[in-house]
Design a protein around this ligand. Sequence first.
Ligand code: ADP
Ligand code: MG
Length: 251
Amino acid sequence: LHQRALEQERLSSLGLMAASVAHEINNPMSYVTSNVDSLLQDMRDEPNLSAPLKEYVDDVLPATLDGIKRVNSIVSDLRRFSRGGYEGYSSYDFNAEVRTALRIARIQLGHVRVEQALEEVGQVVGRPRQIVQVLVNLLVNAGQATPSGGVVRLAIRNEGALVRVEVRDTGSGMSEETKRHLFEPFFTTKPVGLGTGLGLSVVHGIIKAHGGRIEVESELGKGTCFTIDLPKVPTLPPETSSGGNLRAAGR
Ligand code: ADP
Ligand code: MG
């Protein structure tokens, strides 16, 4: 019941509007993204480009693509934020989703050294797309907080019935003030246009919905470590387990 109340609160009129705007933006953005992407690929394969066109290949189109990707990530933050997270659990290959998340976050981690310590976890029950979103949000934050040459480390471990995920960076760290407000929607210390302040509230909501927990350790100037404990087979809230969406975990 308390969950329901929180969920209602989240679906404020602002949230609903954000969701519908995000939905409208999403469709055109997906073909804009793929068109610009394939234009760039095709032009790269072209041997005899004139100087102005070469500038498009080297600078203009990659910068455009970066802009498009930023819009896409803001839109997907908005959609996650305004969507409830209880239906549609399935059994999925955890490590495959970890690889997906690393691929999606790759560009935002281009300037750092990415270390990976990934144990084989096997099948896990939950919403794989949301888990990818959690990992991407944490990895992108880590990348944004860490200067060139720093390290972002992703570790995945089996802890009995839990998966432990650690995202550690050697970046800016956080003040006590930031730590206190971290998981609140719209809290951001980033300049307008760079941060929506939704990433970690989405992460928090998704982890809670999966019956997990998230903790943060951070020291200013040293870096930050987010630790998530995720049950491999969550005990679902009543409204989910009666929904008939759950497929049994493999094995
Ligand atoms: P956004 O990234 O859009 O600002 P988030 O909810 O993802 O929103 O993060 C909220 C705030 O938490 C960030 O603005 C930043 O101040 C802080 N933060 C999150 N992750 C890190 C990190 N790895 N290192 C330092 N600060 C962080
Ligand atoms: Mg963020």
